[in-house]
Ligand binder design. Sequence first.
Ligand SMILES: Nc1ncnc2c1ncn2[C@@H]1O[C@H](COP(=O)(O)OP(=O)(O)OP(=O)(O)O)[C@@H](O)[C@H]1O
Ligand SMILES: [Mg+2]
Length: 290
Amino acid sequence: MTPRKKPGGAVVRAEKLDFAYPGGPGMRFELSVAAGDIVALMGPSGSGKSTLLNLIAGFERPDAGRVIIGNDDVTALPPHRRPVSMVFQENNLFAHLTIAQNVGLGRSPSLRLTADDRTAVGGALARTGLSGKEGRLPNALSGGERQRLHIARALAQEPRILILDEPTNHLDIEHQIGLLDLVRAQDLTVIAALHDLNHAAMFCDRVAVMQAGSLVALGRPAEILTSRRLAEVFKVRADIETDAAGGCFIRYARPVAPSGRATAIPEAAARAEAPGHPVNAMHFTADRQD
Ligand SMILES: Nc1ncnc2c1ncn2[C@@H]1O[C@H](COP(=O)(O)OP(=O)(O)OP(=O)(O)O)[C@@H](O)[C@H]1O
Ligand SMILES: [Mg+2]
């Protein structure tokens, strides 16, 4: 894993943020992120991850509470006046603009770029491994490259905080890991909504767990990703292996059938398991962590 220069970025604090969509239930967020940390925001679908990211970036306004970045209260500032860049859950590249122009939009919506802007665009393309592809259109990139293009546009804004909403969606495993490693190499504070618990454990300094519109846990991956919490919040059975370096690895078990027995594994599939590799459902061990 790429080592990180520290400290980078800025402190981020969401202080007693109250928020509700029209007609929706109230949510209450409280989150503190140290300068230069990478935090994985995790939780079931609909638990409020994108909402909290949008509140920090300024795309939503809280009904009460404050967003602090560094020493500044930015709660009343619009997104472009916050030192934050956000990569959204949906693809928002412009298909008729080149790679360089798509990145340039991060500097100027009218694409009237100064020499400084061009330097920032070139730097962002280099940091994301896209140098040499400036003149192509987005559909002439692979999915992994397109995702790096989103990150390049965010980096071109020279933010102190990088916010990523499910940045590894639709990527193959090589590109998922490559993208998270790239993010880790940046000297920034990063808050990323992620679904893959093992990726959070591999690449993140802290894990923040959301459930039903509030934050229910925050800490180091090995402290937070316990069998009990995975069962309570994510509704999965899993065994957690920890190592001496504080790392952890999540081994999922197959769902349990209503009878309480592990789901039957077809004989052929069981035979296909390599010798010495247990079939998880049959060898699931009870919580050791909590
Ligand atoms: N614009 C909106 N208007 C009304 N309700 C919304 C809006 N956006 C989200 N919600 C609701 O707010 C809750 C939290 O949504 P949010 O998008 O923050 O969840 P999430 O944790 O990001 O989920 P996912 O993992 O599916 O992306 C959900 O119940 C959702 O239906
Ligand atoms: Mg979301």
